[in-house]
Design a protein around this ligand. Sequence first.
Ligand code: GLN
Length: 204
Amino acid sequence: MCARVGVLALQGDVREHIRALAELGCEPSEVRSAADLDEIDALVLPGGESTTMSLLLGSAGLLDPLQDRLRAGMPAFGTCAGMILLAADVADGRRDQHRLAAIDIGVRRNAFGRQVDSFETDLDVAGLDGPFHAVFIRAPIVERVGPGVEVLATVRGSDGVERPVVCRQGPVLVAAFHPELAGDVRLHRLFLAAVPLPHPAAQP
Ligand code: GLN
């Protein structure tokens, strides 16, 4: 049995997340409105373009309801642009870009590997049983990590500095890269482990 998981479907690599969640036995739904949000227990925010998704959250009337659900403890998993949306602080964003502040990290957009827009590497992620092949595409850097945030993986940047790339705070998990593109569902599984299953008596 899987909880009711939604994927924010305003823009970005929605289909890849749907596929990964389906592989784990979920029947994920696409979230485009406040009514869709009422139907889910957990949300994945995909990679794509955080500035566009931020604008669309506003025009879809999703911003306030989503912020309310996150404040109430809804589990969320953000990858790349999704991580930017969930962060508390965003540098090099649009001035009017919304911050959902569901995880106490500060990120800088498009800052990982400035010379090469994209790169791939094998990562050790705490809690996983072997290396995870990570695909970084115009990835954000995590510049600040709050005291309540666990860092599950780091990567050494081109400047030689070791930077967090997978972080977790309670039920909120973020990755600076795209696990949905790797054909490896272990991070999705780690996320789902934080999602309480609906009580059997609540089933129709
Ligand atoms: N650079 C994008 C942004 O700021 C994120 C890139 C991605 O999701 N691949 O939203």
